[in-house]
Design a protein around this ligand. Structure first.
Ligand SMILES: Cc1ncc(C[n+]2csc(CCOP(=O)(O)OP(=O)(O)O)c2C)c(N)n1
Ligand SMILES: [Mg+2]
Length: 330
């Protein structure tokens, strides 16, 4: 969950914490991209640069006991859920100290303690699994919420529609979050035709909202509002956050389906971190020195995490099958 250094009644400090949280994701992703380029990260690697405000804003409304589950574009979600950057980086690098002991890689990180349930490579697969987490909470009688994140292309999956139907029918405590970053891999064509993505959830009786996913304060304010009825047992809600990814779909995608000028324009005019920075300066919630110090701290923390993880050992070959399947008692 988003670090908050001010607590109740200190909106300036909360905003500064949101700034730090987004910056941590940005710098972490830049570092991951660099290590990938150096050939140190194997397999797939999907960066979320540009999309930081969505998960940061949503996590500001989460509290201990809540669950979160997402797709393969998951490093930002792990950081926002409070996983240690070193454990994430070590996982990307395939080290024994990684969050999934180096067996999962970028797409398959789990952290039961922080109720972070992956990282799923099959498009949309996390959505019904998330409903299962929510059902368990309902059966236990808690008021913990489950945040289920998925992309605009995943929203086309049949299992997503089935999950809307089930969650509505059983009044499950779910916040569905569609991260609409516009570009499914390779083609640049949005898969969805016809009504707005979010209208499909409406058809199953869910209350739906849309939000500017480049504005972390808007996302946070909406999240804080919509999670209350979810906790109170009133059933699920769905949000579509319109956002933008600056890099290709994965490290293998040169993103030729859009112009560089388009990505630069978004970066110059709608970047979530620059936007919040400008607001903090304008409102006097932070001055340039404070923000510079945060920039430095975050950069150092990411570099230290990467350096430490690079020094960690890989799993021994003969142990590779461990932690992959449950071990049955003989
Ligand atoms: C069931 C399934 N079909 C196809 C793929 C190949 N694939 C990987 S990512 C992706 C597109 C997902 O786009 P979206 O849901 O918008 O998420 P984003 O990558 O934009 O975060 C596809 C089709 C897959 N992994 N799983
Ligand atoms: Mg997408």
């Amino acid at each position: 969950m988003a670090a908050r250094d001010g607590g109740e009644g200190d909106p300036g400090a909360d905003r500064v914490a949101l700034y730090r949280d987004m910056l941590l994701i940005r710098r972490f992703e830049e570092k991951a991209g660099q290590l990938y380029g150096m050939g140190l990260i194997g397999g797939f690697c999907h960066l979320c640069i540009g999309q930081e405000a969505v998960v940061t804003g949503m996590e500001a409304a989460a509290r201990a006991g809540d669950h979160r589950i997402t797709s393969y574009r998951s490093h930002g979600h792990m950081l926002a859920a409070g996983l240690d950057p070193r454990a994430i980086m070590a996982e990307l690098l395939g080290r024994e100290t990684g969050a999934s002991r180096g067996r999962g890689g970028s797409m398959h990180v789990f952290d039961p303690e922080r109720r972070f349930w992956g990282g799923h490579g099959i498009v949309g697969a996390q959505v019904p699994i998330g409903a299962g987490l929510a059902l368990a909470e309902k059966m236990r009688g808690t008021n913990n919420a489950t945040f289920i994140y998925f992309g605009d292309a995943a929203a086309d999956q049949g299992q997503v529609a089935e999950t809307y139907a089930l969650a509505a029918r059983l009044s499950l405590p779910v916040v569905f979050v569609i991260e609409n970053n516009s570009y499914p891999p390779g083609t640049g064509l949005s898969a969805a035709k016809g009504p707005q993505l979010i209208d499909r959830a409406k058809a199953y009786g869910l209350p739906v909202r849309t939000v500017d996913g480049m504005d972390v304060l808007a996302v946070r304010d909406l999240a804080e509002e919509i999670v209350l009825p979810v906790r109170a047992g009133k059933g699920p809600v769905a949000v579509e956050a319109k956002t933008y990814r600056y890099r290709g779909h994965s490290m293998a995608d040169p993103a030729k389906y859009r112009t560089r000028a388009e990505a630069s324009r978004v970066r110059e005019t709608r970047d979530p971190i620059d936007t919040l920075r400008a607001r903090l300066l304008e409102t006097g919630h932070a001055d340039a020195d404070r923000l510079r110090a945060i920039d430095r701290e975050v950069k150092e923390a990411v570099n230290a995490a990467a350096e430490a993880a690079r020094g960690d050992a890989e799993p021994a070959v003969e142990t590779l099958g461990r932690h992959v399947y449950a071990e049955a008692a003989s």
